[in-house]
Design a protein around this ligand. Sequence first.
Ligand SMILES: C[S@@+](CC[C@H](N)C(=O)[O-])C[C@H]1O[C@@H](n2cnc3c(N)ncnc32)[C@H](O)[C@@H]1O
Length: 211
Amino acid sequence: MQDQAATPDAFWEEFYQTKRTTSTGQPSKTLARFATDLPPGTALDLGSSHGDDVIWLASLGWQALGVDISPVAVGRAARRAEEQDLSDRARFEARDLSVDFPAGQFDLVTAFYFQSPVHLPRAEIVGRAARAVAPGGHLLVVAHGAPPPWANHSQSEPFPTVESELAAAGYNPTDWTVVEAKLVDRPAKTPSGDQVTLQDTIIILRRNSAG
Ligand SMILES: C[S@@+](CC[C@H](N)C(=O)[O-])C[C@H]1O[C@@H](n2cnc3c(N)ncnc32)[C@H](O)[C@@H]1O
């Protein structure tokens, strides 16, 4: 079992110091599929980890901000942006989004697997994220729809469904257009190398200009 008593900042700092120390350098598949043809604007990524998605957006001309609770992850992301000469467009901030959400509105707000085995008021933060989307902009949220079969931990909230994601975002058809809202299979490998199928929820909403 994970240490359910760990505070979120201590849990994630330890995670990045000891467990996740590298990244693929590749953007999330759903982001690459959806955003490649979007006109660049301003973007915010929640739980930005080592910054792959923010750096990819910046390489396409976006002004992108990544926020993560782990200063170690944020430091690595900022260094990688600098190495790629993208630090003028890829910025990173260490914040606990449950208490401190960036001000302003963004043309694209993303969250990829923004989930946690320790305290995370995720639905509340997804709602806050939706309110940070500028008119005509998009909210893109991808989440584990179920725990991986090999995992022995829970997370602080139930695994999301498409319906619960739309509800968390405050979806209503007057203010939003649904671009995608679905449960998809994702092939993956277990830590011992066996092939399995995981399930992800994906919601992509566009804020109506008059909304
Ligand atoms: C499961 S990881 C996903 C990381 C990355 N988006 C990805 O797709 O690989 C969840 C991320 O959310 C961050 N996180 C967890 N709780 C947070 C909070 N309250 N505020 C900001 N970031 C948080 C963690 O540090 C971690 O980087």
